[in-house]
Design a binder for this molecule. Sequence first.
Ligand code: GLC
Ligand code: MG
Length: 671
Amino acid sequence: MSFRRKDSGSVELEDGVSNPAFQDADVTDSPPDAPKEPDSVYTQVKPYAGMPKEVLLLYSSQARYRVPREILFWLTVSCTLALVAVTVTIIALSPPCLGWWQISPVYQVYPRSFKDSDGDGVGDLKGIKEKLDHFHNLNIKSIWISPFYRSPMKDFGYDVEDFRDVDPLFGTMEDFEELLAEMHKNGLKLIMDFIPNHSSDRHRWFNLSRIRDPVYEDYYVWADCNATKKPNNWVSIFGNSSWTYDEVRGQCYLHQFLKEQPDLNMRNPAVRKEIIDIIHFWLSKGVDGFRMDAVKHMLEATHLRDEPQVDPNKPPEEVTTEWDLFHDYTTSQVGLHNILQEFRAEMESYSREPGKYRFMVTESYDYEEVEKTMMYYGTPLVKESDFPFNFYLLDLPQNTSGLWAKHLVDLWMSNMPRGKWPNWVVGNHDKSRIASSVGKTYVRVINMLLLTLPGTPTTYYGEEIGMENINITADQVQDPFGKYNLSNSRDPQRSPMQWNGDMNAGFNNQTNVTWLPVHPDYKSVNVEVQKDSEGSTMFQYNFLNSLRQSELPFLRGWFCYVRANADVFSYLRELDGLKEAYLMVLNFGKQASTTDFSSVQDLPDQLQVLMSTNPANSGKVFQKSGVPTEPGEGLVIRYSTYTRFHPSHSSECYVSEKACLLETVGVLYKC
Ligand code: GLC
Ligand code: MG
């Protein structure tokens, strides 16, 4: 269909085309001699559905169509722009969401000791799967499992024979996959132990390196020596020389741990590539993160010079332990962080999908050199670990006092790079259980400390019920470190998890064997007994963990020191814009103490205890001039005020990422 414009300016329809809107306009619409409008030539054609473009164009320029159209157009444009602006503002103002590794505590499972499903006396992967409810009950979502790789078990799995396989003692790869699937189904994350520093001497690479296979020749750290003359004075962490002569190759190899744990040569790009391939292997199976083992040992100086002795007068043959040398050439070498950053970058490539963030924590004991530990946080431009383990609270037992507790907490807080996320450790498979080293009195207050400080608490299996070390006699020793020196044995803290009062504490129930003895207190200290008992250590753990995850001041708020003396360590947690805040009063001292908060203007006059580690004191109201605590007692005090403590005490306060709450709408924003 087409139109022709008549010379007169009117439009004529072609033959056979009807105008359904046509009426005799002259007759119906206008009086016969009304003056004609300039466009009256078109009036015989009216808009109608399906009209051709040319007709449409004739009308579209008329003011009564054009103006509303333009209004609508600009309205749409401005609404879209406004929407974009609001979205951009919200994104710019929203504080970053917290990751799963920040929200839940990290719980360490030592697989030999957690739950034995097949009754051979050693815990296994199926056993862990049977016990996932425990994590659900405690509101714990992040589980780190110590090594379960194929291993001759000289160092109970930290000597890896095959980085891509599961040791039959712990189960099969299928068991692992089922465990991971079940954990994911239940919203749990699995963090694997990863051991880049060394392998087992039974690893295929080592066997090929010994025979100088051209590909594997430099996979380990070899040096010329003979059976009596070692390359230098370096010592192993487990004691004695860190060099062992290998008759097959006729050289010495380095091992910073057992002689059955030769150090990999991380300066060799081919070795780093192998390690990265293994990282890929597990990430593509779906694991959620890695705990990187013994990272400070990854590189050694190539010049192989003697390390300086701590006591220069000690005869060299008596230099046999870690503590006899300054480890200038065997730990924390330049280049170490580049390697970890390389690992991290690989992990990032698996972290992009929503909900798939892969987490990395590094293990490095740097003792008084806390600034070395902080380097594992990476730099503002290059990511490394999400956090390095903070082992400083392991020193709590050295001096149980409020001042000491504050000092150790502050060691981390004042050295941590800006904006980073802290974490707290009081025990693991290498260290005495805190309940034994610090004494049972302080178990609850320590759990309270961990769960109310800023950052991620870690929980070594059993800490939630206050498990203690077992006693080990020389003939019971399993740990190779303990065989070197009984007092070094790590067996006491590795005893079977205490699930209930049945045979073997419910660790297994088919035989009478357990790889280490069960602690004799298991009848009263176990999960089943404590689960429903209101005053129990586990009940309190559960309460505090839920509080931590549901109350914004704990997860995202300011942390401020309020008081510290020989007995009490007191701090508060508050969030701008939120009325509710929390005052913590923890007695780490040896005597009862009454704390006077009357000079703290921002606190109300009366303070009500939300929870005390001594259940009899929960709910009590104290004047702020005198808040009493017993040794080992901790109080969570909830109070309500809009005045904030931190603005007038900025040097006493920390926050990882500032956030404020718009309480009326319940929205958090950057401030
Ligand atoms: C780490 C582990 C420890 C192990 C050592 C060697 O320190 O935590 O258990 O013996 O590395 O792998
Ligand atoms: Mg090394």
